[in-house]
Design a protein around this ligand. Structure first.
Ligand SMILES: Cc1cc2nc3c(=O)[nH]c(=O)nc-3n(C[C@H](O)[C@H](O)[C@H](O)COP(=O)(O)O)c2cc1C
Ligand code: SF4
Length: 710
């Protein structure tokens, strides 16, 4: 039991049963009128039921539709929104949780203003920002979607007048009072993330010469005025606080920690009951994964601890904080409350599982950034590991209830899709047999766990979950039509994985060329003698030793061991710069290899959600990996590789290499599926067997197929 994290606390007079708050997340479930209805209620209800002491709502528009980021943002600007807000408070209270509404005005990114032809409110006319030297790494489709979400027009900036700012404070105060009338427990003013208050705070955006610009006191004046105006309306006892940026990363003249600490003091004087610490960076590019959606573990904790030295009210912070870490930093007095965002999208029951000592049953977030990629396109959030997230209205009750039409279900394949399908089907009360032809569960996920550690957490979770369910798991079992006939299932879920096409690149059959399958076999110890024959004697012995000692069964042990020894030469060419190629390149570069990645398409790592893509490509470049997009490999020779650009009229080049990994060529596996169909029972194809959909696609497919069994 994590005694500090799970201990009760208070914000003002708001009593909290533990120190876990759900961080605000713009999930955009509401329709384009800003009104809370059943789908939003169910999303929040699941998280209240899951045991978080406090839910901080997604950003809501205090002046809706003005200042909103999307038409799908919750509105709080008139009594039209009151019934929805009241219902929200009720469903959360039903589960002894508390709810704060995050009130926002999005300033320069109030996309709805541009969409609807209004000017954007900002402290000053912006000055040209230094251009990032990083390539944008977005597909044409992504750029079009973002442009559409941003209103499809050039934004017009309106420099806020003192009258505008008085009106803003009044609007926020009205919205805060409305929240209170609705029975909402508290209000958080969104003073971070480059929105209006953050813009006023930042010397990079605020060039005013009046009382709202210049000194930190002046730049904090607007937010302090808003706090005072809200306090006056909601009274002294209603919990009210602000979220602020501790820093603006990589922004010349951006917010500094010293500034933020002083701002926190001023906010306390203005009457806040807590300070919620976040941070900001340029949102287009790798900066976005520094802040606000931080990719480093516990990325903002030191900032929060510094700010805590300056205030006497509780300090909340977010940012990839694992429960053990959260417990530790609360114990050390660095912060008071941990707000968790992505973890509670992935598993709303996380706090309950911690309280019940079931930490190993928590479905882990894999930090893939798929969720937060959606708002860029003005789409509802989705989660790679939890297909029910933001679809609670459809699935939450089903997942808690048993089927009245139990079927005998044969799942063929123990990769992520098969594991998800088998587990959900068993949870729903079906009679499930899962057959896997190899000696271990996990399929492609086991291999994907090697270069990317969070995938191993997911693998462990999927294995633990199925291990606790009444699923008949048969490893090293090849499924044939005869086998199916004998087993006589009502339905077969074919999670047989993709098929790999042989590469047509001349030289692809050389001994120093591996494809994803042979490399996986080699590294995970499932190697055939054929694969081993490609290796030197020393390499063969090392692989066998790994297998005998069990090292090759465990991704984490293998990850460690491969730092000391990897049966691949010094200079590696990776052909195919998609998700798999990019992850492998990172893995090899971390192991001291000189890596060159060749991709025919214009955008590398296209299958990654773009924020993660930005981070991975940036890290690869920093690690010295050579990335070639729009480049075709012409030939693999003994010691060299020859390639040419596809989009420019430039001559072919040749570079020296010692080993090649081909990370392309996965296709749907219709041949295996056809064989399964011969047996007679209906076959439903799931996961990569039906077309490569990566981890999120595989899990979603497995989940939906299991639900569709009824
Ligand atoms: C899908 C998504 C939407 C978010 N929307 C908001 C928001 O509306 N308001 C806000 O202050 N922060 C927002 N954030 C940032 C989170 O509150 C949190 O600070 C961040 O995700 C880091 O915490 P985590 O590592 O626990 O996810 C969002 C994050 C995600 C993943
Ligand atoms: S989509 Fe990915 S990053 Fe977001 S919550 Fe789910 S697993 Fe985590």
């Amino acid at each position: 039991m994590l005694k500090h994290l799970m201990s009760p606390t208070k914000i003002g007079n708001l009593e909290l049963r533990n120190r876990i708050a759900m961080a605000p997340m713009g999930v955009e479930i509401v329709e384009a009128d800003g009104i809370i209805r059943e789908p939003t209620l169910r999303y929040y209800e699941e998280r209240a039921r899951g045991g978080a002491a406090l839910l901080i709502s997604e950003n809501t528009a205090a002046c809706y539709p003005r200042g909103a980021n999307s038409a799908h943002e919750i509105g709080v600007s008139s009594d039209l929104f009151l019934p929805g807000l009241t219902a929200l408070a009720e469903v959360v209270h039903r589960h002894d949780s508390k709810i704060a509404i995050q009130l926002a005005h999005h300033g320069k990114v109030a996309r709805l203003d541009t969409q609807q032809g209004r000017e954007l409110l900002m402290p000053s006319q912006p000055r040209p920002q230094p251009r990032s030297t990083e390539p944008l790494s977005l597909s044409r489709e992504e750029i079009q979607l973002m442009a559409k979400a941003a209103g499809g027009k050039k934004p017009v900036i309106h420099e806020a007048t003192p009258l505008d700012l008085e009106q803003l404070a009044e609007d926020f105060a009205d919205a805060a009072l409305r929240a209170k009338r609705a029975g909402i427990d508290a209000v958080e003013i969104h003073g971070a993330h480059g929105y209006i208050f953050s813009e006023f705070h930042s010397p990079a955006w605020n060039f005013r010469e009046d009382e709202y610009g210049g000194s930190v006191g002046n730049r904090s004046r607007l937010l302090c005025n808003v706090i005072r105006a809200c306090r006056e309306k909601v009274g002294p006892d209603f919990p009210l606080w602000a979220r602020i940026d501790a820093v603006e990363f990589d922004v010349p003249d951006g917010i500094t920690l010293e500034d933020a600490a002083r701002r926190a003091e001023l906010l306390e004087e203005a009457g806040v009951d807590a300070v919620h610490v976040s941070a900001y960076a340029n949102p287009l590019g790798p900066g976005f994964t520094k802040a606000p959606i931080v990719h480093y573990m516990a990325g903002f904790v030191d900032f929060a601890a510094k700010i805590k030295e300056h205030v006497s009210v509780p300090v909340i912070t977010a940012g990839r904080i694992e429960p053990d870490e959260g417990n530790r930093i609360i114990g050390e007095g660095k912060v008071d409350i941990i707000s968790m965002g992505r973890k509670l999208l992935a598993d709303p029951d996380l706090p309950k599982k911690l309280a019940e000592g079931r930490q190993n049953e928590i479905r882990p977030c894999i930090y893939c950034y798929i969720c937060v990629a959606q708002p860029f396109f003005d789409r509802k959030v989705r989660c790679a590991v939890n297909p029910a997230a933001a679809n609670e209205i459809e699935y939450a009750d089903l997942l808690r209830s048993k089927t009245t039409n139990a079927k005998r279900v044969l799942v063929v394949g123990g990769g992520p899709s098969g594991l998800e399908a088998a587990s959900i089907a068993a949870m729903r009360g079906h009679d499930v047999i899962l057959c896997e032809k190899s000696a271990s569960l996990g399929g492609t996920l086991r291999f994907a766990a090697l270069p990317y550690e969070p995938n191993e957490n997911l693998l462990n979770y999927l294995e633990t979950r199925i291990g606790k369910l009444p699923v008949d798991i048969r490893l090293q079992t090849e499924v044939t039509p005869k086998f199916i006939k004998e087993l006589a299932p009502d339905v077969v879920l074919a999670a047989v994985g993709p098929r790999r096409e042989k590469s047509r690149i001349p030289g692809a059959d050389r001994d120093h060329v591996f494809d994803g399958d042979t490399l996986r076999d080699l590294l995970t110890g499932e190697g055939s003698t054929e694969v081993e024959a490609q290796l030197s004697l020393t390499a063969r012995l090392a692989v066998r030793a790994g297998r005998l000692t069990g090292v090759t069964n465990s991704p984490s042990k293998l990850r460690q061991a491969s730092k000391a020894y990897m049966p691949m030469g010094k200079r590696i060419a990776v052909i195919g710069g998609g998700l798999v190629g990019a992850e492998l390149a990172e893995f090899m570069a971390e192991r001291g290899r000189e890596v060159h990645v060749f991709e025919e398409g214009a955008v590398l790592a296209l299958e990654m959600a773009h924020p993660r893509r930005w981070r991975v490509l940036y890290d690869l470049r920093e690690a010295g990996v050579s990335l070639y997009s729009e480049t075709r490999v012409l030939e693999i020779k003994d010691k060299t590789i020859r390639f040419e650009p596809t989009s420019q009229d430039k001559p072919a080049q040749e570079i020296e290499i010692d080993g090649v990994v081909i990370a392309t060529g996965l296709i749907a596996n219709s041949e295996t599926v056809e064989i399964l169909r011969e047996a007679g029972p209906p076959v439903v194809v799931i996961g990569d067997a039906g077309g490569v959909g990566y981890l999120d696609g595989a899990i979603e497919d497995g989940f939906k197929a299991a639900i569709a069994l009824n």
